[in-house]
Design a protein. Structure first.
Ligand SMILES: *Cc1c(COP(=O)(O)O)cnc(C)c1O
Length: 375
């Protein structure tokens, strides 16, 4: 039995996108973001494909443990750090580097039983206003860490950009200047850039860059697509036509009759729905690719199915492949239609979708897609 609905993960594209990071920030070390199951692409799969990264970055200790249990020996930084005293022991046991972003963590470290010191990335709030120490508090926190035997010497200094998705937003410059001012002359390794910083703001590169979405082939910017910045899509979400129906003009299609045939229509039923992670709020008109040609979504997304208007594709047959995003249909375009970001589309793929690994584009993909690095 062949799975109807698949997420094909192109491992060569992952490696290409890491090389794209290196080309954009040649002097930097790379912390590859693998949090949230590698943005839905599979934690271990992505870790294996991205073995050239210098560090893996995850959000939580359990994600780091999953990597260690699978035998991944590379340095790992936990971006939210230890949240309970026993997680300090985990960090020691498994050689996990920890972000320290809050007073409670400094105290936890000071009160922990003495043992192997934990490597620290100190998080500074330069304007995201979510995690991190206010710049004015940084010298005092650094002093406490220096005096704490449970903290390894020379913590790295990091901050996170809040608006790097908008290349024109001056807030990134404000954050950069704040970061410069508070870290200058401290002699510490520094890290500020996410994907938006890497591609849009070379001054934010410092010693370590932290790419996420660009590794998975999508632009971090609110306009354009990954191919325009030299990235290749990694995930192609696909299904197939499981039925084709004919309805008269005016007939409603799907739940709520939210879409009615504007003419005599040929309606394709595709075996994918929100139970697979296709967004339920995708509006009618959202494109899919049937045999490499665009057709619009028609009517509400169901749990297991969507309906598409094939009236302009008279050759489409039951069994034909349908791409929801990926090769030939940028996920960025779907995300904007739906009012979200590619990060969320990828994270929401459910375990029902069969994952297929692939290395590079197959010949049948090539006519519909051009992902070569334009520069
Ligand atoms: C997720 C994350 C990143 C990567 O962000 P992208 O926008 O996906 O490149 C970088 N730094 C931190 C702290 C993060 O949490």
């Amino acid at each position: 039995m062949k799975p109807v609905t698949t997420a094909t993960i192109d491992l060569a594209a992952l490696r290409h996108n890491l090389a794209r990071v290196r080309a954009a920030a040649p002097a930097c070390r790379v912390a590859a973001a693998l949090k949230a199951n590698a943005y839905g692409h599979g934690l271990l799969r992505a870790a294996r494909a991205l073995a050239d990264a210098d560090v893996f970055a995850v959000a939580r200790c359990d994600e780091a443990l999953a990597l260690r249990e699978a035998g991944v020996a590379k340095p790992i930084v936990v971006l939210e750090g230890f949240l309970q005293p026993d997680e300090i022991d985990l960090c020691r046991q498994h050689q996990l580097q920890a972000t320290v972003h809050h007073e409670s963590q400094v105290r936890m470290l000071e009160l922990a039983r003495s043992g192997q010191p934990v490597s620290i990335w100190l998080k500074i709030d330069t304007g995201m206003h979510r995690l991190g120490f206010a710049p004015a508090r940084v010298p005092a926190v650094l002093e406490r860490l220096a005096a704490c035997p449970n903290a390894a010497p020379n913590p790295r200094l990091m901050s996170h950009l809040a608006r790097a998705d908008d290349r024109a937003d001056p807030y990134t410059r404000h954050q950069l200047e704040t970061f410069e001012a508070v870290t200058r002359g401290l002699g510490a390794e520094r890290s500020l850039a996410n994907s938006g910083g890497i591609l849009g703001w070379p001054e934010t590169h410092f010693d370590w860059v932290r790419p996420g979405i660009m590794l998975y082939g999508c632009t971090p910017f609110d306009e354009g697509v990954g191919a325009e910045v030299g990235l290749r899509p990694v995930m192609t979400l696909a299904s197939q036509l499981i039925a084709i129906q004919h309805y008269a003009a005016g007939e409603p299609v799907g739940y709520g009759g939210a879409w009615c045939c504007p003419r005599e229509s040929r309606i394709g039923v595709v075996g994918i729905g929100y139970g697979d992670g296709y967004p339920r709020h995708a509006p009618s008109g959202t494109p899919v690719l049937v045999n490499g040609r665009r057709a619009p979504l028609a009517g509400r997304v169901s749990m297991d199915m969507i309906t598409v208007d094939l009236s302009d594709l008279p050759d489409a047959q039951v069994g034909d492949p349908v791409v929801l995003w990926g090769c030939g249909l940028p996920a960025e375009e779907i995300a904007r239609q739906v009012g979200t970001i590619t990060y969320e589309l990828f994270c929401k793929i459910t375990p029902r979708v069969a994952v297929v690994e692939r290395v590079g584009l197959s010949d049948s993909d090539k006519p519909t897609a051009s992902f070569e690095n334009p520069g």
